[in-house]
Design a protein around this ligand. Sequence first.
Ligand code: FAQ
Length: 311
Amino acid sequence: EMTPDEAAFQDKIDADIKIEPRDWMPEGYRKTLIRQIGQHAHSEIVGQLPEGNWITRAPTLERKAILLAKVQDEAGHGLYLYSAAETLGITRDEMTEQLLDGRAKYSSIFNYPTLNWADIGAVGWLVDGAAIMNQVPLQRTSYGPYSRAMIRICKEESFHQRQGYDIVMKMAQGSPEQRKMAQDALNRLWYPSLMMFGPSDKDSVHSAQSMAWKIKINTNDELRQKFVDQTVPQAEFLGLTIPDENLKWNEEKGGYDFSEPDWGEFFDVLKGNGPCNQDRMATRNKAWDDGAWVREGLMAHAEKKRAAKLA
Ligand code: FAQ
């Protein structure tokens, strides 16, 4: 049975009225949003690492400038999302601590390595492609600050996807060696990209409640299907082959049949056992520790200013 508060809250959700920071909300709604927005913010921050790795080795000055801008956008998205989560009563420092001690998750995809320049193209094409597929519906999520953050982030994310596709296109139309690299990147990143949408619906513990609250608009499997349907023709245009022998157009459902990713691998990566989990966490922890003197300096300066104002 719902309390009167809960019933009034659900009425607002059902009428598509946005929930704002000072509005009453169920504790579960608040907690779920902190978890999801926090995980999303951490993904943007950790997501800088696989690409940041290639800024110094981009093949041309132009590619370098574009990649630098993209990685900076990701930092911006992270900070923007931390701010949205802070409206729910948690601080950015608390969220950072949760990331650094392993309590908070970030997207599984960023635990895979970027071995060469073709991977940077594939990250933009597939990883940003999957990210947008998930984030476009989130522009209509029920929590106001998250929804508004998504509107801006989606604009930048679609530029990211285009730059990735452009890199892959250049390589797919390049020398036989470049073509091989593009195909190899697709082979390695295809299934990890499918995993970004989360476990299959039957294993998605949060979907039902999150959809009732309109935090989520679609199920994980719905978005994964849309991603496959959008990406197959893009691969065909490039002349690349999606590494799935079961991939087949299904006239009846109006979409492709495809192989599920290896869910054992997915849950293993979530447990910290992916190829780069330890490296990513070590890098973020080191950045946090190395930056301590800056944070302390800023706090000391702010305190001095405050004291001077009072005097
Ligand atoms: N990785 O019940 P569900 C980007 C966890 S885009 C790790 O289905 P939910 C842009 C989940 O938290 C990537 N963990 O969960 C970029 C839960 O754990 P818990 C970030 C995952 O929340 C591009 C458990 O599994 N985007 O960064 C994953 O209803 C290029 C059960 O799962 C977002 O975060 C996963 N893939 O649905 C940056 C979008 N999937 O807490 C740089 C917002 C699930 O119970 C370069 N988030 N888990 O222990 C969402 O839409 C949702 O949170 C889902 C998961 C759809 C990811």
